[in-house]
Design a protein around this ligand. Structure first.
Ligand SMILES: [Zn+2]
Length: 143
């Protein structure tokens, strides 16, 4: 009789432990343990992607500055553009920020954004709006 009671208590304990181990472990531990390295991996991929973008953006901007006037002191960084835009050109200060979540190529973005700066620096007005590059790009070639 005493042995049976111990067996019952032990088996009840095993059931309780199994229930305690399966439910909370399956959620609280397994999920974050798998998610944390995944998130870290995403962040690392994002950082590497941003660094590669910065290198190619600076090279592309240097090529445009060698070709066109008004771009010698312009800078480009990869960061956060407002309102979910691909990029933004601060045309008065000559800064271009490409959003790290851009979906268009760095080359395509810069081929647009530098013309906002050229547009402004040419005569202190924005004449072309978003019709960029303008038809008369040859007028702005360095000679
Ligand atoms: Zn634009």
């Amino acid at each position: 009789m005493k042995t049976l009671r111990i067996v019952l208590m032990v088996s009840a304990l095993v059931v309780l432990l199994a229930a305690a181990a399966s439910t909370p472990t399956g959620y609280a531990h397994a999920a974050p343990a798998q998610r944390a390295p995944y998130m870290a991996g995403e962040a690392l991929i994002g950082a590497a992607h941003g660094a590669r973008d910065t290198v190619s953006a600076r090279a592309e901007l240097a090529a445009l500055a060698a070709r066109y006037r008004y771009l010698d002191d312009v800078s480009v960084t990869v960061g956060s553009a407002p309102e979910g835009k691909e990029a933004v050109a601060y045309y008065t200060s000559g800064r271009i920020v490409i959003d790290s979540a851009h979906t268009v190529s760095v080359e395509t973005i810069l081929a647009h954004e530098v013309w906002h700066i050229i547009d402004w620096r040419d005569n202190g007005r924005l004449d072309w709006g978003e019709y960029l590059p303008p038809a008369e790009t040859d007028m702005y070639l360095k000679r």
